[in-house]
Design a protein around this ligand. Structure first.
Ligand code: MG
Length: 256
């Protein structure tokens, strides 16, 4: 069941989204060579708690940390730890925040120092896919228009899409209906969703340089590309309101 939000609920989702965005921006500034992913996790958690919010991922189905930190061939759900970031890595950081009972969810893939032209191109394409999806989102439109926008950008660059994972509704729960896939197929077209006022969704394209097939690591969390190729992941939480589509996790000029 899709849960439509009131204006007051969207205002709280906006606050949660801004806290998540500020914490994510901090992680990006600190994703530098020599830093460990555990240090990024600790800093993000401290920022979230300082704002009176809670890290939503911590304890989620037993997930042990406040961020997901996924490096290079890791797509999503990487567990922060003592891995030291190196020049040329890319790191996807996913931040989930609960503030006054509402969730903000956002992710970004950051270059660590100087990265290869190939890596830069993949990051640019994935960010473009997210922005195209946001432009395609409109009140009264359809979910498949968002999926198609992501798919078009991925295909125009010759990249693969991860099809095993999708975006989702977001509200009092981190994962609500509808699922927000990044590609169009017969199943989506049969079950297409009208994007009504009050809907809030997380759009999160995952693009891969090689195959979009994935596997789960021995830690039972980290999702990796099956061929070890590079992956990128960008995510915004987006609200459909009476005045249009609003990106709740885009920093509004306030800084951390
Ligand atoms: Mg998400």
């Amino acid at each position: 069941m899709m849960v439509l939000k009131t204006d007051r609920e969207i205002a709280l989702l906006r606050e949660a989204g801004q806290i998540a965005a500020e914490a994510l921006a901090w992680a990006g500034r600190n994703a530098v060579p020599g830093r460990t992913t555990a240090e990024l996790d600790a800093g993000v958690e401290a920022m979230i708690r300082a704002r009176g919010a809670m890290p939503e991922f911590k304890g989620y189905h037993g997930f042990p940390a406040s961020i997901c930190a996924s490096v290079n061939e890791e797509v999503v759900h990487g567990i922060p730890g003592n891995r030291v970031l190196e020049e040329g890595d890319v790191i996807s950081v996913d931040v989930g925040v609960r503030y006054r009972d509402f969730v903000g969810d956002t992710a970004w893939t950051f270059p660590v120092g100087n990265v290869s032209a190939a890596a830069r191109r993949l990051l640019k394409a994935t960010e473009e896919a997210l922005e195209a999806a946001i432009r395609a989102a409109r009140v009264g439109g359809r979910l498949s228009e968002i999926a198609r926008a992501v798919q078009r950008v991925a295909e125009s660059y010759g990249y693969s899409l991860v099809k095993d994972y999708a975006g989702h509704g977001v509200g009092r729960q981190m994962h609500e209906e509808p699922q927000v896939p990044n590609f169009v197929d017969a199943h989506l077209l049969r079950n297409d969703v009208i994007l009504e006022e009050g809907l809030v969704i997380a759009i999160e394209p995952m693009l891969c340089a090689g195959t979009g097939q994935t596997r789960v690591a021995g830690d039972r969390w980290t999702v990796l590309t099956a061929d070890g190729g590079l992956a990128a992941h960008f995510e915004h939480s987006v609200a459909f309101t009476g005045s249009g589509v609003e990106v709740l996790t885009r920093l509004d000029g306030r800084t951390a």
